[in-house]
Design a binder for this molecule. Sequence first.
Ligand code: PEP
Length: 255
Amino acid sequence: MHMIANWKMNMTRGEIASYLDVLSGDDRWQAWKERGIRLFIAPPYPYLDFLGSQIRSRNLPFGVLAQNMCAFEKGAYTGEVSGAMLRDLGVEGVLLGHSERRQYFGETDAAVAEKTTRALSMGLMPVVCFGETWEEREAGRCTEVWNRQIEPVRERIVKARGEGTGTPVNWAYEPVWAIGTGRTAVLENIREVSSHLRKNFGDEVASGLLYGGSVNDESVSGLWEKGTVHGFLVGTAFLEPKCVLRVFDRLFGCP
Ligand code: PEP
């Protein structure tokens, strides 16, 4: 299970230290990690290094993810951050194709595919986000949208697998209408996505399925099903460390 906190454009150094202080108050993290349950935190770029060192100094078994990366290897790409730089900072993976990047920064399906190729070649675990808008759902276009977003990425993964890459890929189903809105999907929606992935893209894709969209400590238990949901991507609720603890407690309880 991969539980991912997407901090988006939030947090400062002082807030990061306090956040980790609260999480350090629970002594079950190592036992959860041994059960394959792991917390990953995706901070803004400037805090990747600081967050990593704060995690290490508290002996917490958390992973650090980036919220984006550049598809190019290196060079004259002002304002961009490469996969090699992320690796150099000890980052383990990267969110790709988040709907906010698609919506506000014009990220295309082709760009997400390029970035996935680069991430895999760098040994960074891609967390590829996909999901429909409310209008697309209302128009009965969900599967068409999922396929359009997944297919080019999947092709790159198949090619990378052929070249020997074993890096796992997570697929975060994040319906746009549920992100930051307080409106969540229901388990039935996620089951529908899971069986679509299994049928059209195979077991490897289906077994990397995460859900994201207004998940919190109240909703999480009803959205989880063993064998269907392999983790959660959480924005707003995981800005509050006590909520992270409540979610872990509800889902995983005593080690
Ligand atoms: C997200 O940013 O990926 C997300 C799911 O946000 P929220 O939990 O706030 O809906």
